[in-house]
Design a binder for this molecule. Structure first.
Ligand code: ZN
Length: 321
């Protein structure tokens, strides 16, 4: 088996309204708008990225802006909850902030850890989990939340599948994840150092609806690879057990391979590098339309056809400090 997967790299979802999405992830959750780019497979549509100050692997929540996609149909075969890690003891701050901003929130406790549950404007279920290990992350100090309580990347993702066995088998036997607990129909796995950023929950829902690629759903979750060789080793291991894995695709900010796990959830394995500062300085991240070199010829047309995006500033969202 290749070296362990360290954790989550990014999560990509579908929004029907890019501006509303930016207002929420920056203005409410305090993530930084780190990249304005295009979907390389549907290049007249946006691919926007939120993250910590640098878009550190494990912090990037990204969206395809697909307003003409079908209405939200979430269910099995999808990531159905995206959980962010916040510093321990921050939930009180977050409750107050969400309340002040008019965002409905409830509380949950999973495997002994408290969280706040909310939905984003497109209907995606999110959690803020009261546990973070933040050595790797770079909180956005100038953001509307400030460094003390800022999100420290992802805590975990929750997959919903009709039947767990094959999903567990791929995670546990092929991908090196360790079973970490069971709570009702929810089974927890960990990878790498485990804990925040190295956790995935699988919920078995034999009678629930099947998810479809639609607005307000998660498109895929990407796992981290340490580099090109690590990624290729994983590609080989997955092909060996019969997964249909894409060739390595250059996404400019990282290299990617994609495959579906047996429950239907789309997985990606993405390299940590070169990262989001490959074409913009850290302080300028997200300020321009970023295009990979092979799309530069389309810049003029894209500048005309893509709707403008206004990124909220601390002044417009109110200081949350
Ligand atoms: Zn991706």
């Amino acid at each position: 088996m290749p070296a362990t997967i360290p954790g989550i790299h990014h999560v990509t979802a579908i929004t029907g309204d890019v501006q509303r999405c930016v207002d929420f992830y920056v203005g409410v959750l305090g993530l930084r708008f780190i990249k304005k780019s295009i979907n390389q497979d549907v290049p007249d549509t946006y691919h926007i990225y939120f993250g910590d100050y640098l878009g550190t692997p494990g912090s990037a929540m990204t969206f395809f802006g697909w307003p003409s996609w079908p209405e939200r149909r979430t269910g099995s075969g999808q990531v159905t909850t995206v959980s962010f890690a916040v510093p321990e003891g921050s939930l009180g701050f977050w409750s107050g902030r969400l309340d002040k901003l008019g965002v409905a929130a409830s509380r949950a406790k999973r495997f002994g850890t408290d969280s706040i549950v909310i939905t984003d404007p497109d209907g995606i279920e999110l959690e803020l989990v009261d546990r973070a290990s933040d050595d790797r992350f770079a909180p956005w100090r100038e953001g509307p939340v400030g460094a003390e309580h800022a999100i420290r990347g992802f805590h975990s993702v929750t997959l919903t599948v009709t039947e767990g066995a094959a999903t567990f088998d791929l995670l546990g036997r092929t991908m090196g994840f360790r079973k970490a607990g069971e709570e009702g129909n929810r089974t927890r796995f960990e990878t790498g150092a485990g804990g925040p950023n190295g956790t995935v929950d699988v919920v078995e829902s034999p009678n629930g609806p099947a998810g479809e690629e639609s607005i307000g759903t998660v498109h895929h979750v990407a796992w981290r690879a340490d580099g090109n060789a690590h990624q290729l080793a994983w590609r080989e291991a997955l092909v060996k057990v019969g997964r249909n894995v894409t060739p390595v695709i250059d996404r400019y900010y990282f290299k990617s391979i994609y495959f579906r796990e047996p429950g239907g959830v789309l997985y990606e394995i993405a390299t940590d590098g070169p990262g989001f500062t490959v074409d913009e300085a850290p302080e300028a991240l997200g300020s321009e339309l970023s295009l990979p070199p092979w799309f530069q010829v389309r810049r003029d047309r894209l500048d005309e056809t893509l709707p403008p995006i206004v990124v909220p500033t601390t002044a417009t969202t109110g200081a949350g400090h």
